[in-house]
Design a protein around this ligand. Structure first.
Ligand code: PBG
Length: 329
């Protein structure tokens, strides 16, 4: 092989393709599209309730009536999907309000279905919003018991499918829950309802503001016994593989920013749509710094969302969805 000679100055000038906005637009490799966006929403009891989440400016706990109005707007912006989280009126040790057919999320799903919006309704399935101890499952002492929890998650998933959920999204990180939910849905005639599994979900400090929003902070301990260790990339691939074998149709990597390598690896290893959850803490950091005038919110936001796409995500769950959709061409 011929030895590479040093290039003469000026032979290669990458700046030629950066000369003006038109050329830059032509050679842009990654695009954020409206179709990529999924907006998380929090639904609470009552009517006429619109309570701002202090650590997440512009995000609210909404009662069902106002949630429907919000979703009408969201659909109008061309955002294809929302994911719903419930704040129930009562919590107990086994999270019964999570699988009550009259619960807050089923109520919301029925109202949204009746409104006939062009919107895919994703229901997050977990128990942490519904348990009084704030853990994602039932306890034996201080341990979250896997198989008994999976059983309840199956019930929750079925109740949501019956209420009209278009996609079921288990976020609990119990072992075997995707397979169990798949069987429960199939047996009840919901074999066409896809499962979007939070497959690689890390035990992350970035969930802080969400726990204020969903009132789901664990009352003791933490979630490290079921969510993944932030140090582990190989294990993330194994988690994804298991969820796919159990029947997941789409997978989620969560959080996004500190885990861009996991998003990239998921994209390269698996032939299913990959979603990334740009979580509450990632949103709040930008808002807080921007509020102090330390950063330019719009630039930073767009740069972050683009980085998630560039890493390989097909879909992004983000609290920025409305802001971005409003300015996308
Ligand atoms: C429920 C759940 C959480 C998030 C999504 N689903 C919280 C948690 O695991 O503590 C976090 C989302 C966010 O931070 O935006 N298990």
């Amino acid at each position: 092989m011929e030895k590479e000679r040093p290039l003469a100055l000026g032979a290669a000038r990458p700046r030629r393709l950066r000369a003006n906005p038109l050329v830059r637009r032509m050679v842009r490799e990654t695009q954020l599209r409206r179709e990529d966006l999924i907006l998380p929403l929090f639904v609470c009891p009552g009517t006429g309730v619109r309570r701002e989440i202090s650590s997440m400016p512009g995000n609210y706990q909404l009662s069902v009536d106002l949630l429907v109005e919000e979703c009408r707007q969201v659909a109008g912006l061309g955002i294809p999907a929302v994911i719903l989280f419930g704040i129930p009126p009562h919590k107990d040790a086994v999270g019964s309000s999570g699988y009550d057919p009259q619960g807050i999320v089923p109520q919301a799903l029925r109202a949204l279905k009746a409104a006939k919006l062009d919107l895919v309704l994703i229901a997050d399935v977990c128990l942490c919003e519904y348990t009084d101890h704030g853990h994602c499952g039932v306890l034996h002492g201080e341990e979250v018991v896997n198989d008994a929890t999976v059983e309840l998650l199956g019930r929750e998933a079925l109740v949501y499918a019956q209420a009209g959920a278009d996609i079921i999204a288990p976020s609990d990180m119990m072992d075997g829950r995707v397979g169990h939910i798949r069987r429960v849905l199939d047996q009840a005639g919901y074999s066409q309802v896809p499962i979007m599994a939070y497959a690689a979900k890390f035990a992350s400090g970035f969930y802080g503001p969400f726990r204020e929003a969903a009132e789901s902070t664990p009352q003791f301990g933490d979630r490290r016994g079921y969510q993944m260790d932030p140090a582990n990339a190989r294990e993330a691939l194994r988690e994804i593989e298991l969820d796919l074998r159990e029947g997941a149709d789409l997978i989620i990597v969560k959080p996004a920013l500190a885990y861009l390598d996991i998003i990239r690896a998921a994209r390269e290893h698996f032939q299913v749509p990959v979603a990334a959850y740009n979580v509450s803490g990632e949103f709040s950091m930008v808002k807080a710094a921007a509020a102090r005038g330390w950063i330019d919110e719009v630039r930073i936001r767009d740069e972050i969302l683009l980085s998630i796409k560039r890493a390989g995500a097909d879909l992004i769950l983000t609290y920025f969805a409305k802001d971005v959709a409003a300015i996308l061409p």
